[in-house]
Design a protein around this ligand. Structure first.
Ligand code: ADP
Ligand code: MG
Length: 164
């Protein structure tokens, strides 16, 4: 597991950090974002989407739970980006209903705000991005962990297939 911790001082810096981080992302990856309301999760997602050339507006899909954006990977092929916001989700049923398995074990890349609501459904292999408020108004601390799946279970096997 690797861990990085960065302080940003504006929403532009947060977006720039997210753009640079996105260079590591590959098809099938899941980025689980956590942090209080206003911590900057959506701005981090905007930055990642910019890195994949998304031109549509990126907004928190609070009322619809899921947004999809069309991006491009580093070789110019089309890449689907999934943006979930689980803030208003009341039960795991709703997450089953949007077809979370297709999203997390897909050929695209998924960004999940309020990922902690996933509990057991949180994919074991993922990036965790935790944002928190700093002392100054525009300061945010952003921690990025790469969480590797050590178990050799069925989901990791299907995930490897999805990534192949
Ligand atoms: N360093 C920073 N990084 C990101 N957002 C910041 C920063 N400083 C101030 N902000 C402001 O904080 C808010 C973050 O909003 P948003 O990204 O929607 O948060 P969340 O999705 O976590 O609720 C925005 O109003 C943004 O302008
Ligand atoms: Mg948000």
């Amino acid at each position: 597991m690797t861990q990085r911790r960065t302080m940003t001082r504006s929403e532009d810096e947060t977006r720039a950090l997210a753009r640079a981080f996105a260079a590591e992302l590959r098809r099938g990856d899941v980025v689980a974002l956590s942090g209080e309301l206003g911590a900057g999760k959506t701005h981090f997602v905007k930055g990642m989407c910019e890195a994949f050339g998304v031109h549509e507006p990126v907004t928190s899909p609070t009322f619809v739970i899921l947004n999809r954006y069309g991006g491009k990977d580093s070789t110019g092929n089309e890449l689907l980006l999934y943006h979930l916001d689980l803030y208003r989700v009341k039960s795991l049923e709703e997450i089953y209903d949007i077809g979370y398995e297709e999203i997390f074990y897909s050929n695209g890349i998924a960004f999940v705000e309020w990922a902690e609501f996933l509990g057991e459904l949180l994919p074991p292999r993922r990036y965790d991005v935790r944002l928190s408020f700093g002392e100054q108004e525009h300061e945010r601390t952003i921690e990025i962990h790469s969480v590797e799946d050590k178990r050799d279970d069925a989901s990791s096997v299907s995930r490897r297939k999805a990534r192949a």
